[in-house]
Design a protein around this ligand. Structure first.
Ligand code: ATP
Ligand code: MG
Length: 797
């Protein structure tokens, strides 16, 4: 029997072996919280305090859930299929599938991802003739999701003003639309599941009897609804074992509530509060940087972190002229790390927002280094994949109007926008799905629609006995998608992606243990039997308690193991929920690219945090909320603490983002880090006057001009050479400012006019020739840096 408890420190040991009572492990990054949680599951099972079926563990991302499974089976050989380990969304989906009737959903309900949801909202608004300038669809989406995350249905939302009243009315109409189509958006998964448990006492009792052990990772980021769901599952007698770190709460903007930690302590009368203070992840300098940064936050529960590891390498800081140069530098460093023998998967590049990945992706492609992006435009979000999935969804559920609208005329079948509108009107009139409304459309339009309906019906019949990969392949061909992309000039990539979808289906059925021959649309009988744990339990122990309770009256589908769904339903859920298929082949060692949010809970030997610029990180939106900056700082704390041995921080003076060049100044976070932990690879300009929208350009313009690479007009790959020029910033030619004024034809203090921003005054000038730029304080739009070559400022006399 493996000794699971060796190598734990005394506090960790205490946490792992706590009695089955409510417990909160509150500890900083890298202190072993997740390790404790996983070890506890293994220990409970090994000691026979639990069977896999009595454990429910929640974590935040699919990647984290997968890692949890991996780490668990490495500790103890258990069959994890009977276990409920996953994200909130994943687990709720599973529960809703099993009890769809009680939840008021069709067996084949489909999940709308964020983009699908937005198009469903747009379709709704169009149908109702709502002005989308006055009521932007995105705002409505936010409104709906926010309400759902608070657990509020339309009649529970406060609708005091007319604007809100309109939104509530649309929220109600949107719900009806979703219900009619049999689709469920992300927050709905949670709310529906929560309501299912609230309204069905026998079900609630069943799951409360089953999940004796509920473990929650990243507890600080649960929102109100998630917490309520957990409380329902825990019921009066089950224990919740929660681990979290208030300093890593980074979802407040989506309604996550650190207060849940305090509520949990109080409401569950938590007697076991354990703090872990030893950090096992990061070398000394990295940890010092993280600790000092987060000390700038006022609202903290207060924890300490120490390490026995030595200082390690200093944190390297690089200032680039442009985002392209920043990417070139990072890739060169990555290559150096690879040459030192580091696996690519041990290297992560983090950024604050998705759009920033483009430059670095581009450079990695040119360098031929495999990489994988988590989040961002994911495999399952690509156009051709969504088209193919839409056909699959229609086979599964003909009422899914989002899928219907997507492919009814793709590839083109001569069904015009007018016909589709006519159909949508009929569907509204008869309160049915678009597919069901087809008979109401007459004439030529009606017959084109009918032949589309026949196509779907034919697909449904012919795939009846096909396995999932066969079904996918069949659909790609029969839908006409393959033929369509074959005829397209740029279609090769898309065809390859469609082939990749067949591969993804094959991988899915084998990973999920469905067996390659199982028909895609039936629940495999063999699966229930093979779900018994491999380790030696008595037969009584091994069974899923669900099977006995499910015979109770009032419960849905007595014959069916609630853990199971058809391969097709499973695959479609997976496609909607799954983050990040990749550019690299599955399983290939690849550099990891992701947003800081997506990196939560993960660790890498080497971490690059890029784009550390005011406005980007901290993000400009955070300035709106007083708490915003603290949340950004926690985000930075999360980013820094992902690194084990090497940490690189970088920023660029100019950056192309959303089609515009922005001129940024370096992030204030640099001034909050202990300077002795940093090693500047480029000359460091003096601190101060660098941020906060100051109108003087002291410091900023200086190193730009003094930079050797600028003067020689080159980007030296051997940035190390810059270290020798440290202090060069001080040697700024005193005449620089006058020189620039002469170069640009503008002067500081001048009144100017810009076609978009209106009138303003120049507050600073930099650069010369094509690089010349001005900082202008606009009367209505505040201060902005503008490239003079592009901006075409007019002097107002
Ligand atoms: P985060 O807050 O970032 O999620 P965490 O507290 O969950 O971090 P873990 O990921 O569990 O931390 O652990 C961090 C690293 O330290 C892991 O590599 C883990 O294996 C290692 N570790 C944890 N405890 C010990 C220990 N007692 N001995 C050796 N290594 C440990
Ligand atoms: Mg963790």
């Amino acid at each position: 029997m493996p000794d699971l408890l060796a190598n734990l420190n005394p506090e960790q040991l205490a946490a792992v072996t706590l009695p089955n009572e409510p417990a909160l492990i509150l500890a900083g990054a890298g202190s072993g919280k997740t390790r404790v949680l996983i070890t506890r599951i293994a220990w409970l099972i090994q000691q026979r305090f639990a069977t896999p079926a009595t454990v429910l563990a929640v974590t935040f991302t699919n990647k984290a859930a997968r890692e949890m499974m991996g780490r668990l089976t490495a500790l103890l050989p258990i069959d994890t299929r009977g276990m409920w380990i996953g994200t909130f969304h994943g687990l709720c989906n599973r529960m809703l599938r099993a009890h769809h009737r009680d939840a008021g959903l069709p067996a084949t309900f489909q999940i709308l991802d964020t983009a699908d949801q937005l198009s469903a909202i747009k379709r709704l608004m169009k149908g109702l003739g709502v002005d989308d300038e006055k009521y932007p669809p995105k705002n409505l989406q936010y409104f709906i999701n926010n309400a759902k995350e608070q657990g509020l249905r339309p009649d529970q939302v406060d609708a005091s003003d007319t604007f809100n009243q309109k939104f509530v009315e649309l929220y109600r109409a949107y719900e009806q639309q979703c219900q009619r189509e049999g689709v469920v958006d992300f927050p709905e998964l949670l709310l529906r599941c929560y309501e299912l448990l609230v309204h069905h006492a026998p079900l609630r009792a069943h799951y409360q009897a089953r999940f004796k052990h509920i473990l929650v990772d990243e507890f600080q980021d649960t929102n109100k609804l998630q917490y309520a769901w957990l409380k329902l599952l825990a019921g009066p007698s089950n224990a919740i074992f929660a681990v979290g770190d208030d300093d890593q709460s980074i979802y407040a903007f989506r309604g996550a509530n650190v207060g849940n930690m305090r509520d949990f302590e109080r409401e569950f009368n938590v007697r076991h509060l354990i703090k872990l203070e030893q950090n096992y992840r990061s070398h000394g300098y990295i940890l010092d940087a993280a600790n000092q940064l987060i000390a700038n936050n006022a609202r903290r529960l207060g924890k300490n972190l120490r390490t026995d590891a030595g200082h390690g390498e200093p944190v390297r800081v690089y200032e680039a002229a442009t985002d392209t140069q920043e990417a070139a530098w990072a890739v060169e460093e990555i290559r150096a790390l690879m040459n030192q023998g580091l696996a690519r998967g041990e290297i992560a590049v983090l950024y604050r927002s998705n759009a920033q990945s483009r430059a670095i992706e581009h450079t990695l492609v040119s360098a031929g280094i495999p990489y994988r992006v988590y989040g961002g435009l994911r495999f399952f979000e690509r156009q051709e994949i969504k088209h193919a999935l839409a056909y699959l969804r229609l086979i599964d559920n003909g009422n899914d109007d989002t899928a219907f609208a997507r492919v009814v005329n793709f590839p083109t079948r001569g069904i015009g926008a007018r016909t589709i509108e006519q159909l949508a009107d009929a569907a509204r009139l008869y309160n049915c799905s678009m597919a069901a409304a087809i008979p109401y459309v007459t004439g030529k339009a009606g017959s084109s629609l009918a032949s589309f309906a026949n196509l779907i019906a034919k697909m449904r019949v012919e795939t009846e006995r096909m396995s999932l990969p066969e079904t996918v392949e069949y659909v790609v061909r029969t839908s006409g998608l393959a033929e369509f992309y074959e005829g397209e000039r740029e279609g090769q990539d898309r065809l390859e992606n469609l082939q990749e979808l067949v591969n993804a289906a094959t991988a899915f059925v084998s990973e999920e243990g469905y067996g390659l021959d199982t028909p895609a649309r039936s629940i495999p009988l063999s699966r229930g039997a093979s779900a018994a744990p491999e380790i030696g339990f008595s037969p009584d122990d091994a069974g899923d308690p669900a099977t006995t309770v499910l015979d109770a009256p009032g419960l849905d589908e007595p014959a069916q193991n609630p853990d199971l769904m058809t391969p097709l339903a499973g695959f479609l859920s997976h496609a909607s929920l799954e983050a990040g298929e990749s550019q690299a082949q599955a399983g290939e060692d690849a550099v990891q690219l992701m947003t800081v949010h997506a990196a939560k809970g993960l660790e890498f030997t080497a971490v690059f945090i890029t784009g550390l610029e005011e406005g980007l990180f901290p993000h400009e939106n955070s300035a709106i909320e007083p708490e915003g900056l603290e949340e950004e700082r926690r985000l930075m704390y999360v980013a820094i603490t992902r690194a084990k041995e090497r940490l690189y921080l970088s920023f660029a003076q100019s950056r192309m983002l959303h089609g515009q060049t922005r001129y940024n100044i370096r992030s204030r976070f640099f001034d909050e880090l202990p300077q002795e932990t940093l090693k500047w690879l480029t000359p460091k300009a003096e601190a101060g006057a660098r941020w906060g929208g100051r109108s003087d350009n002291a410091g900023w313009g200086r190193d730009w001009f003094a930079r050797p690479d600028r003067q020689q007009g080159r980007y030296g790959g051997s940035y190390g050479g810059y270290a020798a020029t440290e202090g060069a910033a001080a040697a700024l030619p005193a005449f620089a400012n006058e020189q620039r004024e002469a170069d640009t034809g503008f002067r500081v203090g001048q009144q100017v006019f810009h076609t978009k921003f209106g009138e303003g005054a120049i507050t600073a000038l930099e650069g010369s020739g094509a690089d010349a730029r001005a900082q202008v304080r606009f009367k209505r739009h505040g201060e902005k840096w503008l490239a003079l070559a592009v901006a075409k400022l007019q002097v107002v006399e």
